[in-house]
Design a protein around this ligand. Sequence first.
Ligand code: NAP
Length: 286
Amino acid sequence: MGQIIKGKPVADKLTENVIKEVEMLKNEGMYPKLKIIRVGENAEDLAYEKGALNRMNKCGIDCQVIQLPKEINQEDFLCQIKKANDDPDCHGILVFRPLPHQIDEEVVKHFINPKKDIDCFSQLNVAKVVDGDCTGFPPATPSAVMEILKYYQVDVAGKHAVVIGRSMVVGKPVSMLLLNENATVTICHSKTKGLKEICKQGDILIAAVGRAKMVDINYLKEGAVVIDVGINVDDQGNLCGDVDFDSCLSKVSMITPVPQGVGAVTTSVLAKHVVKACKKLSTNGH
Ligand code: NAP
């Protein structure tokens, strides 16, 4: 029977460290602040925003939500980004994506200040992830995966990590982060042939597919560490991951549950990134 590795202890540890760092910054006269820029009132964005506000509050990080109408045009949207870019009291910017169709994300990703871009929207931060340059900000969810592996002392160096999914939100960046930690990484996607056989070779299996319970026991190597990033709803209307948790538990060495797994860690990563941005901006300027 595998060990169920939950996100909460990881989030708690990260939060504890962030609280200490925020106190130290405040003692030096620096007050970390996050601006969340939200367009419209998408339910998922609102839920994530609530979680982020709670976490920032716990950490002592000031947080302001800029709520914009869903029909906002590109010029006005960029004007809000510029304000946040130029605001000396703002250290982190979080923009919910996808943005509505009238706003060109290609433009925004070159416009947002990379030094404040705590969730890897800008091209520069994407490049830094690929480059293995840890001065940037990898996206929150892949970073949460890495924090979980670190907390539960899974040494990834030399291990074969199989990632299912190649999105820019999860699959590709998590693959790069694993590679940067010296894992041997295989990236799978919807056109991959022999998916099960490839997954069966994984000492570590990361599922970021978006298909309820797709990964069953037949995808697993005995003793694999399984990180389930998926957030789906099953036939009974319950929240579930990409991994069929119940069937896989007996074969894995460790597995994250859904809910209470990766999703529980992302806002703590954001808080950690705000502190990192605040420190760097205070030293190197905006
Ligand atoms: P996405 O953009 O839809 O990407 C899904 C990836 O899975 C794609 O690369 C796709 O391949 C691949 N795929 C789809 N069907 C497949 C199949 N049958 N076999 C193999 N690969 C397949 O989704 P995403 O944004 O990366 O998110 C993935 C999951 O993570 C979703 O459930 C999402 O809700 C969840 N998520 C969770 C968090 C969190 O905080 N826990 C954060 C973000 C996302 P192609 O590229 O070939 O299409």
